[in-house]
Design a binder for this molecule. Sequence first.
Ligand code: HDD
Length: 713
Amino acid sequence: MDSMQKYNQTKIYEGAKNDQLQTFRSNHTDQKLTTNQAVKVINTDDSLKAGSRGPTLIEDFHFREKLTHFDHERIPERVVHARGFGVHGYFQAYESMAQYTKAKFLQDPSVKTPVFVRFSTVVGSRGSADTVRDVRGFATKFYTEDGNYDLVGNNMPVFFIQDAIKFPDMVHAIKPEPHNEIPQASSAHDTFWDFVVNTPETAHMIMWLLSDRAIPRSFRMMEGFGVNTFRFINAEGKGRFVKFHWKPLLGVHSLVWDEAQKLAGKDPDYNRRDIWDAINMGEFPEYELGVQMIDEEDEFKFGFDILDATKIWPEETIPVKIIGKMTLNRNVDNFFAETEQVAFCAGNVVPGIDFTNDPLLQGRLFSYLDTQLIRLGGPNFHEIPINRPIAPVHNNQRDGYHRMTIDQGTVSYHPNSIQKNTPESASDADNGYLHYAEKVDGKKIRERSESFRDNYSQATLFWNSMSEPEKQHIIDAFHFEVGSVNDKYIRQRVVDMFNNVDGQLATEIAKGIGATPPKTAGKAGVTASSPAVSQANTIKTAKTRKVAILVDNGFNYTELMQFMDAMKNAGVNTEIVSKNLGMITSEDGKQIEVGKNFLKAASVMYDAVYVTGGRQSADSLLKQGDALHFVNEAFKHAKAVGATNEGVDLLAASQIQGVATAGTENNGELVTELGVVTVRNATDLNPFNGEFIKAIAEHRHWARKNQKDIVPA
Ligand code: HDD
């Protein structure tokens, strides 16, 4: 059963009528070509001319229509989050949340609410690479029975700035510099770091941006956060502050920087391809929805302002309650119609979910609707299939560019008698949207709340929470990013600024960028940590990971089959990589098809690499620089590397430490060292396979150090 069939079988909530986009799909297979006026076209390859060598005639309506349409095929890309990838799925609550919220989609565990999720990078243009260092967007549209709810989040729980009025400044600074439009999709340049050192509230977000979170291994292995503080409102009208979390069941995992950079060249579509393939193979990504809630009366109980988007609510203090699960199970039919035209608005809420005075959120409530008007060309973008609510729409709004609805009758105003005052206003009993009656009292003032002033405590908390490898990655990222800044004054100010986060961190940053280390170590006031923010504590599983198998003619067929079966049973995907495409033959004459050759495949595209035994195969691989480089690079990127019997020779020749030594003294003995799993002279591969799966599940083996590079010969 393919993923589409599976999706169609899932019962979504009453009224959703299975697949809401069905009405709009058009399949042109086996049809005659027509113009947009449905006139059949006889020849679309030659324009109408005065003589076969003469000028084209303006009366050629087919030519004019075809060219005109083509000339208008592009719409403005999103000003941020231009590069994205959308997928369909559904959400299901685990239990009723009626005690906390009226939101219907969070009440009945038997209801499946359709969703559309768009993952994105923030800075790069539509055609930029997937694996750049950046925040990832994680926007979810829930098509609920009470209307559309958009949870427009990121994969990091905090933001660069506290007040939306600074958003244009922040985005101008991080985008390519205006005089030469360099660099693409990167924060590693002067204007961004100039903004950072002049905007200390960015400190916490910068720590996240320079951490491994900014180079996710997969959209399937990323957390999502609503970032802003929202409100839950229950049927009694009681409000609670709430923050939203998405937690991936595959855990949170990242690439290493060298790998991310190489992937940007070798497969700029790495992240989108990953989720596209996974869904097509039926490996549906799943994320649990969690909420942190704070009672209204506890608003001021914490050492930070709960409305400040540069602050997390540490999970150890305010636990995340897991309330449901989202399953992404269907790819789009058409990228433009769905992924490009989807319009998220932070202001799209349903009864039971409301806003707070978080000044970043308040500004977002304006910006999203406004941006869709320019991007989608008018006020009717809610009628584009991907944006249409499943719940019915009735109001007196009319006309505008590209109106699809044919509104009947004469009434487009309220109040009216002709239509008995309909559509009539809903009441609370109809679950009409009732704004939370928050008491607001204050002078009009352009000022930042004093409670927003602490810029560094949580940046330090984040630093304290990192494992040693994570800390080293952050230091390396500072060296890369700030090392790319030409202005030495800005570089120095980065050191001075981050001395407020941690003295040791500032000293380490200084070392790599030719700046002066701080004379006095910065304040180390915060000693607390939040283990939940470290990826060292995440879920570990080998499921859905991808292993490259290096083989050549003369491989050991039984060994390869045992390996592939074991991987399949563990939910691990495999791909045969060899010198040439086509069939290769085992030592006993059996054939297997190669999936990719060394020109196309690189270790950076896989989670692990395995080399099969067979004397002739191993000898052939030993002569190929590409094969030596492949395993060496996988090792350098801390991935699981495995080999059996003669295959171990390739690892040894590639200077990989910790492999089983040649000879007979370790007959069949399994050797495991920091994710390198090898065995020589073995007949039973079960112990090897088990150990290798464990090594893959570990994701990376950070304790490996200083591996020499082997470049392809
Ligand atoms: Fe935003 C797009 C997430 C702050 C203004 N934002 C956009 C998208 C995501 C986010 C995921 C892409 C949606 C899609 O896939 O189409 N933005 C966030 C988060 C923020 C945030 C988590 C901090 C809490 N954004 C933010 C502010 C403003 C905007 C403060 C302006 C005041 N964001 C926009 C926008 C975009 C957008 C200009 C560009 C394209 C779009 O809306 O549809 O309106």
